[in-house]
Design a protein around this ligand. Sequence first.
Ligand code: C5P
Length: 313
Amino acid sequence: MRSYSLLAPAKINLYLEILGDRPDGFHELIMVLQSVDLADRIDIRANGSQTIHVRCNHPQVPIDSSNLAYQAVALMSQHFPEQFARFGGVDIYIDKQIPVGAGMAGGSSNGAAVLVGIDLLWKLGLTHDELQTLGAQLGSDVPFCIAGGTALATGRGEKLDSLPGLDNLYVVLAKYRSLSVSTPWAYKTYRQRFGDSYLSKSAFEERQKQIHAAPMMAAIAHRDSPQIGKLLYNDLEKVVLPEYPQVLELRETFEKMGTLGTMMSGSGPTVFALAESLAEARAIREKMQTAIPNPDLELWVTKFRQSGIQVVD
Ligand code: C5P
């Protein structure tokens, strides 16, 4: 095969706790990550030259070397120079459906899809573990995006333990089209405000052990949707909500509707609400449209998903 099409799903964070500073400048985290059906489609084709070309239908997505899809090819060509010489570079087309700059790992998932696509094009036969180790060099969320599903993520977000799959929950996503939040800004601001109470390195391990007995883990193990909804948590809300009143308004509006639970995803500005059924999710979307009739507000209904990158063609 000289070309592949892959689905690159988005993720939401059901839980995001910041423990403290790491020596590499990142934050030590505990997260519960969940794939959703909303996905980009990535077409990757061997071009017979030694070049990398990225195209995308979304004007805000960079198509130069800052795109994680581009960086994924560059990384693979460094690690596998013989295969790069033999099979050549690639043309990549990104059909962007995941909101951009949204806290939903759209760029990371594109990078993950390209790693999987190159593995197939160059006949490398890499395991998920090997792809995830490579993915960690591209970004903290890339390893999760490869396997997807429901996972507990620690370290920078790259150390993964898969959790029992939750496939019965629906999600309403809300994001203002013109609003995006810089992830580095969110973490930097969090450090400025809460750095004094950061845990020490020795306390990280203790907290990471405790999390396995935490109520959220029990709720997931029992597939207890109402409890999962109640236990949603994101430390980054503490810095993003005060700075972005529109995000706070979305969250409060969902909350007033009495959904299963609502929370900002990642560093935002996407806010999600959980629902037990498709009908309930659609009703929440309609109520949101009525409550905030702003043409800049985009809404999606999607569903929890059990897997990450999927080859479709
Ligand atoms: O790894 P990724 O490129 O997605 O991270 C984007 C930015 O988010 C980092 O440059 C860093 O500022 C912040 N970050 C962090 N700790 C993490 C993950 C991300 O401080 N565990």
